[in-house]
Design a protein around this ligand. Structure first.
Ligand SMILES: NC(=O)C1=CN([C@@H]2O[C@H](COP(=O)(O)OP(=O)(O)OC[C@H]3O[C@@H](n4cnc5c(N)ncnc54)[C@H](O)[C@@H]3O)[C@@H](O)[C@H]2O)C=CC1
Ligand SMILES: CC(=O)C(=O)O
Length: 316
């Protein structure tokens, strides 16, 4: 049977994700939902009218959902559900300032996903990301491998872009890695970063790497400060759509994602940014990589920071 993906939330992140997923032409159906009357249907109509130009067959369906789950039947049979519902930051806000508001939204969405798409893999993007991923797992009660969050793909893409720009080299010649939280305890990993296969540390001085590490941690806030009315969505939607595609194609690609960590790196019982093999069942396996002592210490610090917050969201 053909693949079906649902994107919950038809704002900037959701609409651009739906567009990317439709244009891949690997799904039969992309469903996009929102609580706003008419908006998902309008986006679906518009996207379907682009099929003849872009040359894809995927059908986009837009549905407005109600406070008691009305409309959620449309997501039945989804292989993947991407949750983008929730408020974005305003300038000066931290992602954590969204915690209580978005927790209510994500819980309500996740409960409906559990009811109507009980076999789906859930990819959470709503912020604060690590906490909302943990909450979605609690609310769905899905196996932990079937609930994951998008952050590391985006943060890694930002780090890669900044390195490529600084050295004036093609983006594809640069490989970087970012682990940890999607927040202050993000852990960019210079020891695993390369330029044309050579260590990043041979390509630029330590002070410049540190500047780019800080720029990467502030990558989202820098966009928010410029946009003034919302947060980033082009790079974020590229990241989430790739993850959804890896699930649909059961590709086994190794990606940095927010996954349940159970013993890897000496860390247990927390959703955290790590590398993982992604496939039809969500996370097939968390992939542990050698880290420098300071990078490992930073990852453990990130785990403790998000563990405390993830315990709080259980009651939200
Ligand atoms: N994990 C990451 O790397 C990133 C996360 N984000 C987060 O993604 C979320 C969405 O961002 P944007 O799309 O830019 O915001 P947006 O404000 O453009 O869209 C959010 C949409 O969610 C909808 N919504 C609210 N409650 C809902 C519910 N119960 N069911 C369905 N839809 C509902 C709203 O009506 C709105 O259309 C934010 O929390 C933002 O912080 C954004 C960028 C990167
Ligand atoms: C909004 C957000 O989380 C980001 O752009 O990183």
């Amino acid at each position: 049977m053909g693949k079906k993906v649902t994107v919950v939330g038809a704002g900037f992140y959701g609409s651009t994700t739906a567009q990317r997923l439709a244009e891949y032409d690997v799904f039969d159906t992309v469903v996009i939902t929102d609580i706003v009357e008419g908006k998902p249907a309008g986006l679906a109509l518009d996207l379907n009218q682009s099929r003849a130009v872009e040359g894809f067959e995927t059908k986009v369906v837009g549905v407005t959902t109600g406070p008691n789950g009305e409309g959620y039947e449309a997501i039945e049979g989804s292989d993947v559900v991407v949750i983008t519902a929730g408020l974005p930051r305003k300038p000066g806000m931290s992602r954590m300032d969204l915690l209580e508001t978005n927790a209510k939204i994500v819980r309500q969405v996740a409960e409906n996903v559990a009811k109507y798409a009980p076999n789906a893999v859930v990819i959470v993007v709503s912020n604060p990301l690590d906490e909302m991923t943990a909450l979605a797992q609690l609310a769905t009660q899905f196996p932990k491998n079937r609930v994951l969050g998008q952050a590391g793909m985006l943060d890694t893409a930002r780090f890669t872009n900044f390195v490529a720009e600084a050295l004036n080299v093609p983006v594809k010649s640069v490989k970087t890695l970012t682990l940890g939280s999607h927040g202050d305890t993000m852990v960019p990993v210079p020891s695993k970063s390369t330029v044309n296969g050579k260590p990043l540390r041979e390509a630029m001085p330590a002070e410049q790497i540190e500047e780019l590490v800080v720029k990467t941690r502030n990558g989202g806030a820098e966009v928010v400060a410029l946009l003034k009315t919302g947060s980033a969505y082009y790079a974020p939607s590229a990241a989430a759509a790739r993850m959804a595609r890896a699930v649909a194609e059961d590709s086994g690609e190794v990606m940095p994602v927010c996954a349940w960590v159970d013993g890897q790196y000496g860390i247990s019982g927390v959703y955290l940014g790590v590398e993982a093999e992604i496939g039809a069942e969500g996370v097939k396996r968390v992939v542990e990589t050698d880290l420098d002592a300071d990078e490992l210490a930073a990852l453990k610090e990130a785990a403790e920071a998000v563990r405390a917050k993830q315990a709080d969201v259980a009651n939200m």
